[in-house]
Design a protein around this ligand. Structure first.
Ligand code: F3S
Length: 370
């Protein structure tokens, strides 16, 4: 409560408001280390438990198959202690950055307290939910107290678009969408952009949200056809400051983020793969014969659905592995023998070198397997 009140004072909130759900980041031993584990242990010892629906971000290992995949025993031991702490506070197996695909999907207008920038941005922009960009500790505090300070994106007036982004080039595949998000974030830093004239599927909006939030502090955007975009009139749109993105911008962004050489491992699923994306992988990778290691990251829930529909078997048949509960950024990649990856995610391309020292080659899903 002290933490939430202090935040409220800093941001000028007059009161706390109840939240419908929380999503907590800072779960991998790789990112929170012994200090984080100690903090969580202390919480549990003092009897903390979550009072609202709460999901958590990916941890550092596949909770079932960590040994088979090769995660180091010492690391796994610490990670399992962290998982025990979250379990003690009331979290079920929801280690994913796509809570909205696994049962934590707020309705329009609902106030939530989420951390994980990609999920926050998706929730605000596509679902019409209201959350500030919480950090792990403040989302954890909200999960315990059931409230959050009322400021920022919880207030309707603060959710107005600030910039009109005109996209002057084709964004015909997953990589282009990810580059677009990263470039817009990089150019604007802090804003609420309206992405004009580009209609995207839910999976591509997920990619757009992740890359935009990774290069900026943007926590909300408007996209054609989204719940929030429908409320904005033409007159308002005309008055917005303009930003143009063209092929040149995307090429420059690509050059900044991607190596030119071949990468030894294909990593997909930043953000975590949806069932539909797993299907797509099976389709485009049908000719893959395990020439390179293929790791597909997703949530446990999506894995279960994929198992039922035969997708897990298909991925295994082409030499791939579905890795659950963790991701290519917060798992100790180099310790499972990965030194370079090929992926379609600009967010991974930004963070994986920073956190693991691996090299990243960017490519669209289709071109990775062509
Ligand atoms: Fe999710 Fe990990 Fe990417 S948390 S958005 S897969 S960095």
């Amino acid at each position: 409560m002290r933490l939430l009140c202090a935040l409220g004072e800093i941001y000028g909130a007059k009161r706390l408001i109840p939240v419908k759900s929380c999503h907590v980041s800072g779960v991998s031993y790789k990112t929170i280390g012994d200090m984080g584990l100690e903090f969580l242990r202390q919480m549990v010892e003092e009897g903390a438990s979550f009072t609202v629906k709460t999901t958590v971000n990916p941890c550092g290992i596949d909770l079932e198959d960590w040994e088979k995949i090769g995660f180091p025993r010492e690391f796994a031991k610490k990670q399992l202690e962290i998982v025990d702490c979250f379990r003690a506070m009331g979290v079920s197996r929801s280690y994913s950055c796509t809570p909205y695909l696994i049962g934590n999907r707020p309705r329009p207008g609902e106030h939530v307290a989420w951390s994980e920038s990609s999920a926050i941005t998706f929730a605000n922009s596509i679902l019409g939910a209201r959350t500030n960009r919480e950090g792990g500790p403040s989302a954890l505090a909200s999960a315990i107290i059931g409230k959050t300070p009322y400021y920022g994106l919880h207030i309707a007036e603060n959710r107005e678009p600030t910039h009109m982004v005109s996209v002057k080039c084709k964004v015909e595949n997953d990589l282009k969408v990810s580059l677009l998000g990263y470039a817009v974030g990089r150019k604007l830093g802090q804003a609420i952009p309206y992405i004009g004239k580009v209609r995207l599927t839910q999976d591509l909006l997920k990619a757009l949200a992740a890359s935009m939030a990774s290069s900026s502090s943007i926590s909300m955007f408007y996209a054609e056809g989204s719940y929030e975009a429908k409320k904005i009139g033409e007159k308002k749109l005309k008055k917005l400051e303009k930003l143009e993105v063209d092929d040149h911008t995307l090429r420059k962004t690509f050059e900044e983020l991607s190596i030119q050489q071949e990468a030894s491992t294909i990593c997909l699923g930043c953000p975590h793969l949806s069932l539909n994306e797993l299907k797509q992988i099976c389709k485009v990778a049908a000719g893959h014969r395990g020439e390179r290691r293929l790791l597909c990251f997703t949530s446990y829930q999506t894995f279960l659905k994929a198992e039922k529909t035969g997708l897990v078997r298909k991925i295994q048949k082409i030499g791939g592995t579905i890795v659950k509960d963790t991701c290519m950024v917060v798992s100790p990649l180099t310790e499972i023998g990965v030194d370079s990856i090929e992926t379609n995610s600009c967010k991974a391309s930004y963070y994986a070198p920073l956190l693991s020292g691996v090299k990243v080659k960017l490519n669209s899903l289709e071109d990775i397997f062509s």
